[in-house]
Write a protein that binds this ligand. Structure first.
Ligand code: ZN
Ligand code: ZN
Length: 361
């Protein structure tokens, strides 16, 4: 099959022929139909987070089940599915206490004695996030998949696989935004726009989008932001504190920078909660003024993949889309083929797109 292979830090992905094994036991072979280009992949390409090449990146996909292992019960050939990197075991303490997104199993990879899922001329190719979605096919554990309704377009379904699940989930599941509250979202890319939509769906009264790119702020307005702050012209914390008369109830950091992580905390009002979603480069620390944690009872928390229970959440988010409450069409800025993945990274880095979706069918 054709796949985009990561050969080393700061090198373009190369389109190569890769072999994929047959599904065994609880594994499923999925024909990838659409694969979103998420910013997290770029973090690995740029070496801000480590991953061992050669590997196939990509982790935001939807497709159709082609073949299943003999112990699979969740899906069958022909089912439309979304994949999720929150592969859960169902047996560990986190799974059993309702937090499958924090599963301790390590994503249910194949065992050390088993042949690798992906190879090229007999040598292993590393599977990224237990998915590897920049490829014509994916071989995954059945607990990496949820079956979805057939009338959901797969290009839009792909976005729910990571960015939408992460952003909407951060607002609805992690922070549990209350109706009538005030919200600030730092970063209006795919995840930030999704957090804005989560806040809108939750009934927030004031949703402030913060970014430095005018076109992204315009999209943010379209998707539910009631106010915008252009952080390229002055301190966004001061502006937010002014606009809200003392700070927001909830803030979300959806970029992955030390400065915006700290700003997300600084713009909170008394009793406010900041939720960190972005991938701050490995090893970097945030500095917070501790007195606000104590006397203002502010909170700083993280959200991984929108605190999802994705088999429950993704079908709900699809219903929101079908009802017009979750807007996905507006988030797909561009479409491309697998060969366009490097251009998609460039455009994302330049702030030109919320999302490029690569079509593989
Ligand atoms: Zn992602
Ligand atoms: Zn588990």
């Amino acid at each position: 099959m054709k796949a985009a292979v990561f050969r080393g830090v700061n090198q373009p992905l190369t389109i190569e022929d890769v072999d994929i094994d047959n599904p065994k036991g609880r594994e499923v072979l999925v024909r990838t139909v659409a694969s979103g280009v998420c910013h997290s992949d770029l973090h690995f390409v740029e070496g801000l987070w480590p991953f061992m090449p050669p590997a196939i990146l990509g982790h935001e996909a939807a497709g159709i089940v082609e073949e299943v292992g003999d112990r699979v019960t969740a899906v069958k050939p022909g089912d439309h599915v979304i994949s999720c990197l929150s592969v859960f075991c169902g047996d560990c303490a986190q799974c059993l206490t309702g937090h499958p997104n924090r599963c301790l199993s390590g994503g249910m990879p194949r065992g050390a004695g088993e042949p690798p899922r992906l190879t090229q001329n007999g040598s292993p190719i590393n599977q990224f996030a237990n998915l590897s979605a920049y490829a014509e096919k994916m071989l995954v554990h059945e607990n990496a998949l949820v079956r979805i309704r057939d009338d959901m377009p797969l290009d839009r379904a792909a976005l729910i696989g990571c960015g939408v699940l992460t952003g909407v989930g951060a607002a609805l599941r992690t922070a549990r935004v209350e109706p009538g509250s005030t919200v600030a979202v730092f970063g209006a890319g795919g995840v930030g726009l999704s957090a804005i939509q989560g806040a809108r769906i939750a009934g927030a009264r004031m949703i402030i989008a913060v970014d430095v790119v005018e076109s992204k702020l315009a999209t943010a307005r379209e998707l539910g932001a009631t106010h915008i702050v252009d952080a390229s012209s002055g301190d966004p914390v001061m502006k937010i504190r002014e606009m809200t008369n003392g700070g927001v109830d909830y803030s979300f950091e959806a970029i992955g920078l030390k400065i915006t992580g700290e700003q997300a905390f600084d713009c909170l009002g008394t009793g406010g909660t900041a939720t960190l979603i972005g991938m701050v480069p490995l090893g970097q620390k945030l500095e917070l003024d501790a007195r606000h944690l104590l006397f203002g009872e502010r909170k700083m928390q993280g959200s991984v993949m929108g605190s999802n229970r994705f088999r429950v959440d993704m079908p709900q988010y699809i219903d929101f889309y079908m009802q017009g409450r979750l807007k996905l069409d507006e988030m797909i800025t561009r479409k491309g083929r697998l060969e366009d993945v490097n251009e998609a990274f460039r455009a994302m880095k330049a702030g030109e797109v919320a999302r490029t979706v690569l079509m593989l069918d």
